[in-house]
Design a binder for this molecule. Structure first.
Ligand code: UGA
Length: 458
């Protein structure tokens, strides 16, 4: 099938490349002509493992091409996917202007019977609005608009596409449904569950999925706080609850608050949709506030527990919102680093992939090209991203280069004992602060147990 992808960003490029890999003939279109020239030379605007290699193979096989000429891109396509940005609008809802403008621009060039497929994450009702926009441009033309949300995670997008747990196809008429099914036929044949539904349901599925996953993270972050206060261990708690298949073990890792281009924006849009339709999403509203507070609270914890003198240096390892991406959008680093700087600390940062992107947000930050260099002479280390490179750090070397004695590990990369053995104070998430516990010899739960066991206790 001839497919055109409107928008050669993260979703458009990964989806387009994977559709080409499936055997379709794909053209990725972008209005940014310079980006297209760079793509033709495999100079990618983002880091996604496996994407460049797959792109090269698809281009060599003659199934993937790039263009910034709209008519040429759209005129022969059987399906035109729209994968443009849908940023947060002024009221927390999403700004659909790129989506509606793309619809307006492709409308005159669509061939008869072509299917327009919305790939971007959009609020319920968007397929209907896109249909109306195209109808205004093309009059009585037979217009078909479908919804096919993506469930790709940055950093594992290629695998997520090729090994999906389900595919959601939203269509409001039989012909659109058939085209969508034909595009994804190999997956259907391989037994991947297909959720074939209306466009409205497909739009609701996407937002509900992201909101639910974000709720899981928000919940476990709150439970981690409780573990710290009670001397519990979040690893045992998550395993103990996650083995219940109704809960599941995934997405239960505490962290410094979720970030990225999806969860923060999508939860805001979900809450705004709830308000708009008179079905308030109070859990999600609370989650949004809690997640923002968490980033600031973890910055305060560094200031309180770090016992740092003004002017001392803090090494921050990890700027990306998660590992295996160079994306820093809404990353915890963007809240925590400025808070440390405002408190008079000097920050030296390192990230294996995201330093260039982070520089745009924090131009006056000091950078190091290796984690040990970042830590050299620092009073404290703060880990914000779970890069494998950090997991493999030699803790003894780290302890040697530091001038201070404290490690804040906001991704739980290390065994507390392995850190404290080296004389470092270790603060991780959902586990009692190991060194403090060692020194005091008792945890809050020990105190409570002693009190309960004391004679005369009711
Ligand atoms: C998310 C969803 O996971 C995808 O299914 C969805 O397709 C995508 O949004 C989208 O809507 O396009 P992504 O934003 O790439 O994917 O990243 P995630 O892996 O979901 O992580 C989001 C944030 O949650 C990160 O900051 C991550 O560190 C944090 N997180 C994740 C945790 O703190 N704990 C966890 O257990 C999992």
């Amino acid at each position: 099938m001839q497919i055109t992808m409107i928008g050669a960003g993260y979703v458009g490029l990964t989806t387009g490349t994977c559709l080409a890999d499936m055997g379709h003939s794909v053209r990725c279109h972008d209005i940014d002509a310079a980006r297209i020239v760079r793509l033709e030379q495999f100079d990618l605007p983002l880091y996604e493992p496996g994407l460049e290699e797959a792109m090269r193979l698809a281009v060599d096989a003659g199934r993937l091409s790039f263009s910034s000429r709209l008519r040429e891109s759209v005129a022969k396509a059987d399906a035109v996917f729209i994968a443009v940005g849908t940023p947060t609008g002024p009221d927390g809802g999403i700004d659909l202007s790129h989506m509606l403008s793309a619809a307006r621009q492709i409308a005159p060039h669509l061939k008869r019977g072509a299917l327009v497929v919305i790939k971007s994450t959009v609020v319920v009702g968007t397929a209907r609005r896109v249909r109306e926009v195209i109808a205004r441009e093309r009059g009585a033309f037979d217009i078909r608009v479908a919804s096919n949300p993506e469930f790709l995670r940055e950093g594992s997008a290629m695998r997520d596409f090729m090994e999906p747990d389900r595919i959601v196809l939203g269509a409001d008429d039989a012909r659109s449904r058939n085209i969508l099914r034909a595009i994804y036929r190999p997956f259907e044949k391989a037994g991947v569950p297909m959720v074939i539904t209306t466009t409205g349901n497909a739009e609701l599925i996407k937002y509900s999925a992201n909101a639910f996953l974000a709720l899981k993270i928000g919940f476990i972050n709150d439970v981690a706080d409780l573990c710290e206060k009670t001397g519990g261990d979040i690893r045992d708690v998550t395993r103990g609850i996650g083995l219940d298949p109704r809960i599941g073990e995934s997405f239960l890792s505490p962290g410094p608050g979720f970030g990225g281009s999806c969860f923060p924006k999508d939860t805001r849009a979900f809450a705004a949709t709830g308000r708009e339709f008179g079905a308030p999403q109070k859990l999600v509203e609370t989650l949004i506030a809690r997640n923002d507070q968490r980033k600031s609270a973890l910055a305060r914890r560094i200031l309180k527990d770090g016992r740092l003198q003004p002017g001392s240096t803090v090494a921050v390892l990890g700027l990306a919102f998660k590992a295996n991406t160079d994306d820093v959008r809404e990353a915890a680093a963007l809240t925590i680093i400025p808070a440390l700087q405002e408190a008079g600390l000097r920050v030296v940062a390192h990230d294996p992939k995201a330093m260039q992107n982070a520089r745009r947000h924090m131009p006056d930050l000091s950078w190091a090209d290796c984690p040990y260099k970042a830590c050299k002479g620092a009073s404290a280390v703060v880990i914000l991203t779970e890069w494998d490179e950090y997991r493999q750090l030699s803790l003894s070397r780290l302890a040697r280069v530091l001038s201070g004695d404290v490690l804040f590990d906001y991704r739980n990369l290390f065994e507390p004992r392995a850190v404290t053995r080296l004389g470092l104070r270790y603060f991780s998430l959902g586990r009692a602060a190991a060194a403090v516990r060692q020194k005091a010899g008792v945890s809050p739960i020990d105190v409570w147990e002693r009190r309960v066991a004391a004679p005369g206790h009711a």
